[in-house]
Design a protein around this ligand. Structure first.
Ligand code: ADP
Length: 354
């Protein structure tokens, strides 16, 4: 058992054409501190933040994968759970970074985290020495959460999926009733990703909603059955079981809303899942609430599904995505604050071995 904190990476995307037209200042809203690669400042240097990783807009998809995803991959294949949560306003680069869109060109330098992970995983399996007769079993599932409805994107009958969520003795959250597809290679994994992404677009259109308001959880599970040599030329059976959640969260932008009792316009989050996630993050950062185990996981399906990723048995990375433009300054500051709070979470990581 080991304690580890949630890591936070900040990624600033390049200006888009609209921002270049609208903004007078093509300087980054965010300033990178020379000699301090993990620090940034915003608000004309009035506020400073430090993250585990900081990626200015020129950093490539390969740079991001190598520095902050590869360590999680290494843990995953050693039998530990991992989670990446992509957080930020709509258009800030969450889907681009995760590589979960249907239109991704899987051979280009723009290819994102999940396709790189697929390639990495099957190359790794191929390179393993055959000494332990290990059998590898890879499965994927793909869920979308829209408000409190769960859509199973890999199941034909996917609306309002009846999913049961339980916690086992290892502190792992298990989901039953979810369609899991066995995967034989990287191409297979990508075809499930693409099938689910298409279903996500269709489901959003059917519900007359934008997919930027829903959360997507693409999960890969790896089971390694092996025979380990012990004394007297004997062998014992050992199984490692780990899972990796890739979570593309709903757009974090707040909407302007008139409260019935007030004439003032207030910015509120329209997404109950994100609100619940924020409350869980705050509670986990508060020592006394954590000790009393007053963590409101049950307030939303998102936080219940991801309970072990936050304060539980997982190595977790929050990838906070922001726009470089001053026209998005409020949303960017709110993303930085949200991500900053996530740094206070400690997870308890256990090797999933039987
Ligand atoms: P989100 O998922 O947060 O709504 P997207 O990932 O769809 O945002 O990004 C919005 C647009 O910006 C897309 O056209 C995407 O290709 C582009 N984009 C985002 N991040 C980058 C980046 N780091 N480099 C190049 N283009 C990017």
């Amino acid at each position: 058992m080991a304690l580890t904190t949630v890591r936070v990476a900040l990624r600033v995307r390049p200006f888009n054409e609209k921002e270049l037209k609208e903004t007078h200042q093509t300087e980054n809203l965010i300033t990178f501190v020379p000699g301090q690669p993990q620090q940034i400042s915003i608000d004309q240097d009035r506020r400073h933040f430090t993250f585990d990783y900081v990626y200015p807009s020129h950093k490539s998809q390969a740079d991001v994968y190598q520095s902050c995803i590869q360590p999680l991959f290494d843990q995953f294949v050693s039998g530990y759970n991992a989670t990446i949560l992509a957080y930020g306003q709509t258009g800030s680069g969450k889907t681009y970074s995760m590589g979960t869109s249907t239109t991704a060109d899987f051979s280009s330098e723009h290819v994102g985290i999940v396709p790189r992970f697929a390639d990495n995983l099957f190359r790794w399996i191929k390179c393993q020495p055959d000494t332990s007769n290990t059998q590898y079993c890879v499965k994927v599932s793909f869920l979308e959460l829209y408000n409190e409805d769960i859509i199973d994107l890999l199941s034909a009958n996917n609306k309002n999926a009846a999913i049961t969520i339980r916690e086992n003795a290892n502190g792992n959250i298990t989901w039953s009733g979810v369609q899991e597809e066995p995967i034989q290679g990287a191409a297979d994994l990508l075809s499930c990703l693409s099938r689910g992404s298409t279903a996500r677009t269709t489901a959003s259109t059917d519900m007359n909603a934008s997919s930027s308001r829903s959360h997507a959880i693409f999960s890969v599970s790896l089971t390694q059955h092996m025979q380990v040599a012990v004394e007297n030329n004997d062998t014992i059976a050992k199984t490692l079981e780990s899972k990796f959640h890739f979570v593309d969260l709903a757009g974090s932008e707040r909407v302007l809303y008139y409260y019935p009792t007030s004439t003032a316009k207030e910015g509120i989050s329209i997404n109950s899942g994100l609100l619940a996630l924020g409350n869980v993050i705050s509670a986990l950062g508060d020592e006394s609430r954590r000790q009393q185990q007053h963590i409101p996981y049950r307030n939303s399906k998102l936080t219940r599904l991801l309970q072990d990723s936050l304060g539980g048995n997982s190595q977790t990375l929050m990838l906070a995505c922001v726009s470089p433009a001053d026209t998005n300054a409020n949303e960017t500051l709110s993303t930085l604050k949200y991500a900053n709070r996530a740094k206070n979470i400690t997870n308890t990581v256990v090797l999933n071995q039987q």
